[in-house]
Ligand binder design. Structure first.
Ligand SMILES: C[S@@+](CC[C@H](N)C(=O)[O-])C[C@H]1O[C@@H](n2cnc3c(N)ncnc32)[C@H](O)[C@@H]1O
Length: 353
C-alpha cells in the first residue's frame, strides 16, 4: 500500500495498484504526450492510447465517487499531422462513465512557429467527475473583477456593487505562463506544471486534508502545491532523477552542497530561515547569482498576463488597420515579423511538452 504523501518510484500502473479503491479526492496530471521527449519512448498513437486507457481505468478505480480528474494534454504531431489529444481522451473518459465538466484551454503565448499551418498556441485540460455529485468551491478560486468596485448608479440597487466583491469565475481560458526560461519554478524537467495552475484545480475541487494524486508526478509540482495547501498527495514517477527532485522540492531543503532544484525553493528556504540567498545555488541557474525576491527581475504571473493582453490587443489593432487599409505602407503584425525570422520545424507541436 502506498503511504499518504509518498511518490512511488517506478511505473504508474504499479503505483496505482498500491492505492486502495475510492480513496482519492482529485487527480491532477499531465501524461507523457508520446512526442519523443527525453522521458518517453515514442509509440504508435493507438498503442499509446491503449496504454493511457489502462492508466485512466485505474485512476477511475482509486477515485472517490465525488472525485475529479484533470487530465492535461497537448497535441500528437506526426508527419505534418496535428492531432489534439483531448479529442482522443474525451471518449476514453466517457467510456469509463465519467462526466465532462469543462474543457479548459491553456493559452501558451510562446512556442515554435509553424510553416505550413497555424502555430499551436494552446493546450487543454479535460475536467471530468466520477459522479453527478462533485465538489466545486468557486469562492476559493475567484479572480478580480475587471471593475471590482463599480456601483449601480440608478434603480433599486443604486449605490450597490454591481459585481461579486469576492471576484469572478476565472472562466475556461487560462493564461498561466508556462514554466520556461526566467520562471522561478523551472527545474531541469522540460515539462513542468506552473504551481498556480495546479492550485486552481486543487482548491476548486478539494478541501484541506483531502488527497490528490498525480500518476505522472515529474518533479513533484502537484505534491508541492498539495503540501502548501494542507492536502495529502500520492503519485508515481518513472525517472529516478525527477523523483529525487520531487522529494527535494517537497522537503524544501538544500542538498549537501547548498544546491536547490529551482530558484523558488531556494527563495522560500531563505525567507523561512533568514539565511542569505548568496550562500546557495539552484540547478537551473538563471542569473549569475540568486537575488532576494524583492529585488528580483523575474516577473510574476500578473505581469505575464498583462504582457499577453497588451500584445494581443496591439496585434488586433494592427490587423484591423490592415484590413481597413488604414496603415501607410507595407505593414507587418508583430507575429508575422517574428515568423519571418523563425525556422521552426513544422512536425513538432509546441516544443514545450
Ligand atoms: C509531462 S511530465 C509531468 C510533469 C509534472 N506535471 C511536473 O510538474 O513535474 C510526465 C512525466 O511522466 C513520467 N513518466 C513517463 N512514463 C511514466 C510511467 N509509465 N509511469 C510513471 N511516470 C512516467 C515522465 O518521466 C515525466 O516526468
Amino acid at each position: 500500500m502506498l503511504k499518504l504523501n509518498e511518490i512511488h518510484l517506478g511505473d504508474c500502473l504499479e503505483g496505482l495498484a498500491r492505492i486502495p479503491s475510492e480513496s482519492v479526492d482529485a487527480i491532477i496530471s499531465s501524461p507523457p504526450y508520446n512526442i519523443g521527449k527525453s522521458y518517453e519512448s515514442r509509440r504508435e498513437l493507438n498503442e499509446y492510447l491503449a496504454m493511457q486507457r489502462e492508466v485512466l481505468r485505474e485512476c477511475h478505480r482509486v477515485l472517490k465517487s465525488t472525485g475529479s480528474i484533470f487530465w492535461q494534454v497537448g497535441v500528437y504531431a506526426d508527419r505534418g499531422m496535428h492531432i489534439p489529444l483531448d479529442v482522443k481522451f474525451f471518449p476514453i473518459l466517457e467510456d469509463l462513465g465519467m462526466i465532462p465538466r469543462n474543457r479548459i484551454v491553456w493559452v501558451r503565448p510562446h512556442g515554435l512557429h509553424a510553416k505550413n499551418k497555424f502555430s499551436a498556441r494552446h493546450e487543454t485540460i479535460l475536467w471530468f467527475t466520477k459522479g453527478e455529485e462533485y465538489n466545486f468551491f468557486l469562492d476559493e478560486i475567484r479572480v478580480p473583477q475587471k471593475y471590482q468596485n463599480k456601483k449601480s448608479w440608478r434603480g433599486a440597487n443604486k449605490g450597490e456593487l454591481t459585481c461579486n466583491p469576492l471576484g469572478k469565475n476565472p472562466g475556461d481560458i487560462w493564461l498561466f505562463q508556462n514554466v520556461k526560461h526566467n520562471h522561478e519554478e523551472q527545474t531541469v524537467h522540460p515539462a513542468q506544471f506552473p504551481e498556480d495552475m495546479v492550485a486552481r484545480m486543487l482548491l476548486s475541487t478539494t478541501k484541506p486534508g483531502d488527497t490528490v494524486l498525480d500518476p505522472y508526478m515529474g518533479v513533484g509540482t502537484v505534491a508541492v502545491v498539495a503540501r502548501d495547501h494542507g492536502r495529502n498527495f500520492l503519485g508515481a514517477e518513472l525517472d529516478p532523477s525527477y523523483h529525487a527532485i520531487a522529494l527535494q522540492r517537497i522537503s524544501g531543503e538544500p542538498d549537501s552542497e547548498g544546491v536547490f532544484p529551482n530558484l523558488k525553493t531556494l527563495r522560500d528556504y531563505t525567507a523561512r530561515t533568514g539565511d542569505p540567498v548568496e550562500k546557495f545555488r539552484f540547478q537551473v541557474q538563471v542569473g549569475k547569482k540568486p537575488t532576494e525576491r524583492s529585488k528580483s527581475r523575474m516577473f510574476d504571473e500578473a505581469h505575464h498576463l498583462n504582457e499577453l493582453h497588451t500584445r494581443l490587443e496591439s496585434e488586433e489593432t494592427a490587423f484591423g488597420q490592415r484590413v481597413r487599409g488604414e496603415s501607410d505602407g507595407p505593414h507587418k503584425l508583430p507575429s508575422q515579423q517574428k515568423h519571418q525570422l523563425a525556422t521552426g520545424d513544422d512536425t513538432e507541436p509546441l516544443g514545450l511538452f
